[in-house]
Design a binder for this molecule. Structure first.
Ligand code: DGL
Length: 267
């Protein structure tokens, strides 16, 4: 039994997203759980998920899950708010494999609120689905959902800080910058890479929150509870895969993985 557990603990953690956004979660896994091997899959050929019908996203998620499970992953992190909202509950009902999902960090944002507004940036699909509606009903006082169609595409193109991103964000945020703004929630893993651009535009007292650190703490807890933590001090290996063109996508993913810390408050 002991030996079986060790062998399973040595299997990689599967992490996936519609593209490169989940690399922001992968960065957090490397920071918190550096000994884990990770197999990352970006479903670039079928991105974006956030403007597709839920059934189409569900179909893609099933295919990606099958691919990761074929590789013997010991747990899966759905490093995508959109895919989590569509598929996590169904997958958990069907599989015994641990599945860790994400949701916009509206709960911690509501705790930081001092009577001002909280903006929730996410994909149109995330904001439409029951999971987010339930979150809003509980923690949504003063919160304003902001669908951001087209924003993940800029991140996929490597536009993290240029004029196109600035224009997009300026147009999005302009109506809210004059009133008291307590927090902005990054409810899509792609947007985490826009922290430096957002930080420049937002008042210094506005908190910028994402769910990455909490998601990885949850991964840690689940692996620990199931005896699945990798028992070694050696740094784990990361393998990157994409359904898109590997020659263009993989170097860009690697660049995002190697970026310096984007904002210490992220952790
Ligand atoms: N990165 C994904 C998320 O966290 C979604 C991007 C997309 O495919 O639209 O929601």
């Amino acid at each position: 039994m002991e030996r079986m557990q060790t062998a399973l603990g040595d299997q990689p953690v599967g992490v996936f997203d519609s593209g490169m956004g989940g690399v922001s979660v992968l960065r957090e896994i490397r920071a918190q759980l550096p000994q884990e091997d990770v197999l990352y899959f970006g479903d670039t050929a079928h991105a974006p998920y956030g403007t597709k019908p839920p059934a189409e996203v569900m179909d893609r998620v099933r295919q990606v899950m099958a691919l990761l499970m074929d590789r013997g992953v010991k747990a899966v992190v759905i490093a995508c708010n959109t895919a989590t909202s569509v598929a996590a509950a169904t997958l958990r009902a069907e599989l015994t494999l641990p599945i860790i999902g994400m949701e916009p960090a509206l709960k911690p944002a509501s705790q930081l609120r001092h009577g001002g507004r909280v903006l929730v940036m996410a994909t149109p699909l995330t904001l439409r689905l029951p999971k987010f509606q339930a979150l809003m009903a509980r923690y949504g006082e003063g919160a304003q959902p902001l669908p951001c169609p087209g924003l993940m595409e800029l991140v996929e193109e490597g536009e993290l800080d240029g004029p196109e991103v600035e224009d997009y964000l300026a147009r999005l945020l302009e109506p809210y910058l004059n009133a008291s703004l307590d927090a902005v929630v990054l409810g899509c893993t792609h947007y985490v890479f826009l922290r430096p651009a957002l930080r420049r535009m937002l008042p210094p007292e506005t908190a910028l929150l994402d769910g990455n650190a909490g998601t990885v703490r949850q991964l840690h807890r689940v692996l620990e509870q199931r005896g699945l933590l990798r028992a070694t001090q050696c740094p784990g290996r990361v393998e990157l895969y994409t359904s898109g063109d590997p020659d263009t996508v993989l170097p860009q993913m690697q660049r995002l993985l190697d970026l310096p810390d984007m904002d210490e408050t992220a952790r």
